[in-house]
Design a protein around this ligand. Structure first.
Ligand SMILES: Cc1cc2nc3c(=O)[nH]c(=O)nc-3n(C[C@H](O)[C@H](O)[C@H](O)COP(=O)(O)OP(=O)(O)OC[C@H]3O[C@@H](n4cnc5c(N)ncnc54)[C@H](O)[C@@H]3O)c2cc1C
Length: 386
């Protein structure tokens, strides 16, 4: 497929997921969040229809597609007002890393469940004292006979309470300092010494964030995914899909907000014509639409490069897509809220909470500034200040 225009299959997937999203919609998610529940019904139905595992290998119950298809699913659910944030981590990062680097037994143990929605996996790399600088992470794995002992702290890790396990990024004792040589471990939710504390976030989302403590968590040898010496390649095999999926999340949210604003601007009349007739209202909405479309184009390019196996080019494109989508989402939400005037801030119209939510894609999984740093150094060859 070409990244510029979508195939008929992709269009069909888009409209099928949009129809599912419409059946649930924003009201469903609002209810789930108010009840402090999880979007289990939508998660299971999307899984049953093959949408959650669309990127996973067919041999393990997946759809045999790629991140291009998975990003369509997340974008359309988001555009319907009911995004599933855990898609960014469970099938996109963890599913991909296990499919690409896992042992046969890890694949058999995890992939069918991730695909059919009966199992979920969270992903933890961020640490309190490292943040954007992943090279500073200190979560350390030490060998003890046939087992590993994992010790460290993580922060802002999404969905650990509902995930059967968390894929934790650490480093081995031998590679404790210097440039990051990451190694990845599957840590079951109830492992001894694995504690979580919920962080009180100002986010109207079903998925919660947690601070994690790992205190000599004993793991079997097969908890290690991939090679302990494989380095950054394995990690980025998961992080590039994460960036593409965060772009999809942001574009979906931006489209949802923009559509609410356009509907409102067509109807709301306080002078002679609906407010949408005023260019001061219409143009920023048109701009938001253009910027979301442009971001999607970059997202499609990144997904295409990733799915065709070009990890290096995909890395640059995924960063740019995440940047463009995060910015487009923040602007679209801001303009949508403004278009509704006072109603933009009411619970009834439900847009105000998106002001906070839309900032997530600007910060996570890699901040706007870190992407600008990446493009400055890697693409433009400018010197580094840090
Ligand atoms: C809702 C949410 C969900 C998340 N889910 C997960 C998850 O599931 N798993 C996970 O591992 N992590 C998760 N994260 C963490 C997220 O990836 C981090 O918040 C992000 O990487 C930024 O790290 P930090 O918060 O420590 O910010 P910091 O690194 O402290 O940065 C703070 C500010 O300084 C700026 N800054 C830092 N260094 C530079 C520099 N060199 N040049 C210019 N500016 C700089 C940053 O851009 C940012 O604006 C989540 C975060 C949020 C908000």
């Amino acid at each position: 497929m070409s990244p510029v225009t979508e195939t008929e299959e992709h269009k069909a997937l888009r409209s099928a997921v949009a129809a599912l999203g419409k059946r649930y919609g924003r009201d469903y998610l609002t209810r789930v969040v108010a009840e402090e529940a999880h979007p289990d019904e939508l998660w299971s139905e999307a899984a049953k229809l093959g949408y959650l595992g669309v990127n996973l290998p067919e041999a393990y119950g997946g759809g045999g597609g790629g991140i291009a298809e998975l990003s369509i699913v997340l974008e359309e659910l988001g555009a319907a007002g009911c995004p599933l944030l855990m898609m960014v981590v469970s099938p996109a990062i963890c599913g991909t890393v296990i499919a690409r680097f896992g042992t046969e037994s890890q694949k058999r143990q995890w992939l069918p469940g991730l695909a059919d929605g009966t199992r979920t996996m969270a992903f933890g790399i961020t640490e309190p004292d490292a943040g954007s600088n992943s090279h500073r992470i200190t979560t350390t794995a030490r060998r003890d006979g046939d087992t590993w002992l994992l010790t460290g702290r993580k922060v802002f890790i999404s969905g650990v309470d509902i995930a059967d396990a968390t894929l934790i990024v650490g480093r081995t004792e031998d590679a404790r300092t210097g440039s990051l040589k990451p190694c990845l471990f599957i840590v079951p939710r109830d492992a001894d010494g694995f504690e979580r504390r919920r962080i009180d976030m100002e986010l109207h989302g079903a998925e919660k964030q947690f601070e994690l403590t790992l205190d000599d968590v004993r793991l079997p040898a097969e908890a290690l995914v991939g090679d302990e010496d494989a380095g950054l390649l394995q990690l980025f095999a998961g992080l590039n899909p994460e960036r593409v999926m965060t772009a999809a999340f942001a574009i979906g949210m931006g489209r949802y907000a923009l559509n609410r604003a356009v509907e409102y601007a067509r109807e709301r009349t306080v002078w002679k014509a609906p407010i949408g007739a005023h260019q001061a209202v219409a143009h920023p909405l048109a701009q938001a639409h253009i910027e979301l479309e442009l971001a999607r184009l970059m997202m499609q390019k990144a997904a295409f490069l990733y799915d065709s196996g070009d990890d290096v080019a995909a890395g640059e494109a995924a960063n740019m897509a995440k940047y463009a989508a995060g910015e487009a989402c923040v602007k679209a939400v801001d303009q949508a809220v403004h278009t509704l005037g006072g109603n933009g801030l009411t619970r009834e119209f439900g847009l105000a909470s998106l002001i906070t939510a839309s900032r997530v894609a600007r910060i996570a999984p890699v901040s706007r500034e870190m992407i600008l740093n990446y493009v400055s150094h890697q693409t433009l060859g400018l010197p580094k200040s840090y």
